[in-house]
Ligand binder design. Sequence first.
Ligand SMILES: C[S@@+](CC[C@H](N)C(=O)[O-])C[C@H]1O[C@@H](n2cnc3c(N)ncnc32)[C@H](O)[C@@H]1O
Length: 285
Amino acid sequence: MTIASIEKIFIEDLTGLYGPEEAGSIAWLVIGFVCKINRTQYLNNKNDDLSGREVTTFHRILSDLKKGVPVQYLLGETEFYGSIFKVNSSVLIPRPETEELVDWVLKDLKIRIAELQEPTLLDIGTGSGCIPISIKKYLPNLGVAALEVSNDALEVAKENAKLNHTDIHFTLDDILNPTADWQTFSVITSNPPYVTLAEKNHMHVNVLEHEPHLALFVPEDDPLVFYEAIARFASQHLEKGGFIYLEINENLGQETVSLLSRKGFRNIQLRQDLRDRDRMIRAQM
Ligand SMILES: C[S@@+](CC[C@H](N)C(=O)[O-])C[C@H]1O[C@@H](n2cnc3c(N)ncnc32)[C@H](O)[C@@H]1O
């Protein structure tokens, strides 16, 4: 069996579940990973025979993909903001819209950082650590900390910090009831859980059945409970004039803006992602 023939099988078998375009992208991701080749090597070697071990690996991965397991969990890694991050079922798979949030923070901080004395950043609900690690990679002099309630997620985040050669201070804590001894920060970032029960019914089965519910859903179906808690935390631990950057539920843009305004934030800016959905907020203390 050749690389080209396995690609054909993947596309045929996965098109029903993912559509032809995504099936093609998944096929290529798996081929690159299993055969350890880049696109040019693929184009030059697609008629090469696969080893028996490679064929077995392809069939195992294909069988799990057909059950809806996300390809990133099967490969154990994903790309985010130009870096590779380990992922497993304890962490949310980093999303492209979160790259847009990181980009916003970085663009602002590159301008502001010279004015700040000992600039620091805290990421709340860090999951795989994709937000603070990506920021620290581009701003090595920024002091970066991350908070997470899941010990298993924190282990993944620590591994990712090592993999990406970044020094991050990780703390296990619950933002709904924080107990650690927290300092103040110049910037706070967060992509907290924001999916409601009503939205759960419209979710794709491979998200619902495979990604951690702790990362997705709000407890007691209060969609703003985490934003309320983060605003409370920020009122004590964000420097005066400091900024908060939040990823938000696209259906709750105005409600989240009003909440932050009631909590005393100013210069609140609601921003749309590349698909024109209300997705991010920046606000100043
Ligand atoms: C939407 S995920 C975001 C993960 C990561 N920051 C990202 O953007 O891919 C939310 C994260 O918040 C964490 N979390 C849930 N409840 C929490 C709590 N009470 N305190 C702190 N973190 C919490 C989850 O475990 C999960 O890692």
